[in-house]
Ligand binder design. Structure first.
Ligand SMILES: *[C@@H]1O[C@H](CO)[C@@H](O)[C@H](O)[C@H]1NC(C)=O
Ligand SMILES: *[C@@H]1O[C@H](CO)[C@@H](O)[C@H](O)[C@H]1NC(C)=O
Length: 528
C-alpha cells in the first residue's frame, strides 16, 4: 500500500511536469490569400465574386464550406476584422502585432530601407530588425514547436530568423537558384527581337504575366530545417520516394497540409504544444500552367465531395499527362475562387480529423483568416473597407470559450500576437514592448462585451480608420457604420455631421487624433 502510494507520488510528479507543458493549447493560424468575408457563406452577403471577376449572386459560384460553417457556428466568426488592403503589410501586421510606422512595411514593394552588415543601404527591411519579438519567437520562448507553411514573401530576409523551427515554402526569392524539379513551370524573362519579354518556359510562348514559378501544380517547394534533411535549406521532394511520386499531379497545397499534419504528429509525440502559421496561397490568382490558354486565373483544384451523412470529404485522385502546354487531366475542377476556398475547407477538415485522432482537438485553437479583400473588388481598394476587411473564424472546442457564433466587436489582425502570447503563457515577454495589437483572449473566455475601440489600415501615406460609429476611407470620405449593412460595404456617406448625434463628431475627432499618431510615412519611412 505504502509502496504503491509512493510510486504514485513519483509517477504523478513526473507526469505533472509533462502535463503542464502538454496542456498549453496548440495554435493553428490559417491565413489564406485574397478572400473578402462576403465570399464565405456564414457572412450571408447578397453578392460575392465567387468564380472570377464577375459580381455574382448565384449559389453555384459561392463556395461550399461545411467545415467553416460548423466552425463558425460552434466557435465564432467576426464581422469587423481588418488587416491591410494587400498582402505584405498584412503579413507584417500578423507577425509583429504592429503597424507600418514601426514595421516599415507600408505596401507591397514599399518597405523601409535599412543598413546591412556591410554598411550598405538596402530597400527591404527584414521584419526581425524593426520588430525583434515576432509571434514565432514568442511561441518558441513558450516551449512550442513552431512551423511556417505556405507563402513566406520575405525576399532576401533570412527565413531562419522569424522564430519558426521548420518551414515548407512556396517559391521565395531567398531560394536562389530555384528548385531544379519543375524547370518547365516557370515564367522567365527572355530577350526576343531586342525586347525583354516574359515567356512560359513550358511552351516557349510569350505571356502577359510577370515572372512566376508554379505553386499549385508540379509546384516549386522549398524546405527549411525539414526533418529528414541535413541542410538548413533544401528543395522538396527531398527523398527518393517522394521524388518518384512527384509530378504534374502533385498539388502544392497538399504538400503543405501533409507537412503540417506530420508536424502535428511529431509535436504530439515530443509532448510539445505546436504553433503552425499556414500562410496559404489558396485564393490567389496564378499562371495556369496546366491550362496555359487560360493565362492567369484561379487554377483548378482537385475535385472534392462532401458526404453530409458521414461528415467527411472525399478528394478525387488526380491524373495529369502531357507536355509542352498540352495536358490531359482527370479529377480536377474548373478552378475559381470558390474552389480555392473549398480546398481550404477540405484542409481544415483534414486538420480537425487528424487532431481528433491524436486526441488533442480539445486543446487546439484553430483560427482562419485572410490577408486582404478579394481581387477586382477589395484587394488594394481605397473605397470604404473593401481592402482591409477580412473574415475571421475561431474554433476551439473543449476550451470553454464564452461566446459562440456571430461577433460584431472590432478585431484587428495585429491583435493575434498579444492574444497568442496570453494563450501561450508568455504575456510578460511583451511588457514594455510597443504594439498596436490588443489581447483578444479575455474577450473570448469571459462575458466581456467589448474588445478594441478602432481599426486602422494603410496604403503608403494613405490612411483609413473605423470606430464604432464612423469610418474614414482612403478617399477621405466618412461613412456611418454604427449599423452593420448586409454587404459590409454600402454604408451611408456622411455629408452633414450636424444631422448626427454629437457622439459621431466626437468619435471622428478621436479617430483623427489616432491617425495622427501613425502618420509617419513622409517623415519616418525608413529603419534607421
Ligand atoms: C527552362 O527549361 C529548361 C529545360 O527544362 C531548363 O533547363 C531551364 O532551367 C528552365 N529555365 C528556367 C528559368 O527555369
Ligand atoms: C473533448 O472534451 C469533451 C468535453 O469535455 C469530451 O466529452 C470529449 O471526450 C473530449 N474529446 C477528446 C477527443 O478528448
Amino acid at each position: 500500500m505504502f509502496a504503491y502510494a509512493l510510486l504514485c507520488v513519483l509517477w504523478c510528479l513526473g507526469r505533472s511536469g509533462a502535463d503542464a507543458q502538454a496542456t498549453k493549447p496548440n495554435i493553428l493560424f490559417m491565413y489564406v490569400d485574397d478572400v473578402s468575408p462576403r465570399e464565405l457563406r456564414m457572412y450571408d452577403a447578397p453578392t460575392w465574386v465567387g468564380k472570377k471577376t464577375v459580381e455574382s449572386d448565384e449559389e453555384r459560384f459561392r463556395a461550399k464550406t461545411p467545415m467553416l460553417d460548423m466552425m463558425s457556428r460552434e466557435g465564432m466568426y467576426f464581422t469587423k476584422v481588418w488587416a491591410a488592403p494587400v498582402c505584405s503589410p498584412s503579413r507584417a501586421m500578423f507577425l509583429t502585432g504592429r503597424f507600418a510606422h514601426i514595421t516599415k512595411w507600408w505596401y507591397n514593394r514599399d518597405y523601409g530601407t535599412f543598413t546591412n552588415a556591410d554598411g550598405e543601404t538596402e530597400d527591404f527591411v527584414p521584419l526581425y530588425l524593426t520588430s525583434p519579438i515576432l509571434v514565432g519567437h514568442l511561441a518558441q520562448q513558450a516551449g512550442y514547436k513552431t512551423m511556417w507553411a505556405g507563402k513566406p514573401g520575405m525576399k532576401t530576409a533570412d527565413l531562419r530568423e522569424f522564430g519558426f523551427d521548420e518551414g515548407v515554402f512556396l517559391p521565395n526569392a531567398a531560394f536562389d537558384p530555384p528548385t531544379p524539379y519543375s524547370p518547365e513551370f516557370v515564367i522567365k524573362k527572355e530577350v526576343r527581337d531586342g525586347k525583354t519579354v516574359n515567356v512560359n518556359n513550358d511552351t516557349g510562348k510569350i505571356v502577359n504575366v510577370g515572372r512566376e514559378r508554379s505553386y499549385f501544380w508540379k509546384p516549386h517547394i522549398d524546405l527549411m530545417n525539414f526533418p529528414g534533411t541535413t541542410e538548413d535549406f533544401t528543395y522538396w521532394p527531398h527523398t527518393a520516394e517522394l521524388q518518384a511520386e512527384y509530378g504534374l499531379a502533385t498539388y502544392g497545397p497538399d504538400v503543405e497540409s501533409e507537412s503540417i499534419i506530420n508536424f502535428m504528429t511529431r509535436s504530439h509525440e515530443e509532448e510539445k504544444p505546436f504553433f503552425v502559421f499556414h500562410n496559404s496561397k489558396l485564393g490567389h490568382i496564378a499562371f495556369n500552367f496546366i491550362q496555359p490558354e487560360k493565362g492567369s486565373s484561379y487554377p483548378p483544384t482537385p475535385k472534392l465531395y462532401w458526404n453530409e451523412k458521414k461528415q467527411k470529404y472525399n478528394r478525387l485522385d488526380v491524373t495529369i499527362t502531357g507536355s509542352n502546354g498540352v495536358y490531359e487531366t482527370e479529377g480536377i475542377n474548373n478552378g475559381g475562387l470558390n474552389r480555392h476556398i473549398e480546398y481550404c475547407d477540405y484542409m481544415l477538415w483534414q486538420y480537425v480529423e487528424h487532431l481528433k485522432d491524436l486526441g488533442i482537438m480539445n486543446n487546439t485553437i484553430i483560427i482562419f483568416a485572410s490577408d486582404n479583400g478579394t481581387p477586382f473588388w477589395g484587394k488594394g481598394s481605397r473605397v470604404r473597407q473593401r481592402g482591409p476587411h477580412v473574415p475571421m473564424v475561431i474554433y476551439a472546442p473543449g476550451m470553454n470559450l464564452a461566446k459562440q457564433g456571430r461577433q460584431d466587436v472590432l478585431v484587428h489582425v495585429v491583435d493575434m500576437l498579444p492574444t497568442f502570447a496570453d494563450i501561450m503563457g508568455v504575456e510578460h515577454l511583451l511588457d514594455g514592448y510597443s504594439k498596436q495589437g490588443k489581447n483578444l483572449w479575455p474577450y473570448l473566455i469571459t462575458a466581456k462585451p467589448r474588445h478594441r475601440g478602432y481599426l486602422y489600415s494603410y496604403i503608403k501615406e494613405l490612411q483609413q480608420i473605423r470606430g464604432k460609429l464612423v469610418m474614414r476611407d482612403m478617399n477621405n470620405d466618412w461613412w456611418k457604420v454604427d449599423e452593420e449593412v448586409e454587404d459590409y460595404d454600402s454604408y451611408p456617406l456622411i455629408t452633414d455631421w450636424d444631422a448626427l448625434p454629437a457622439e459621431f463628431g466626437v468619435e471622428r475627432d478621436n479617430l483623427i487624433r489616432i491617425m495622427g499618431r501613425f502618420d509617419l510615412y513622409e517623415t519616418e519611412h525608413d529603419y534607421i
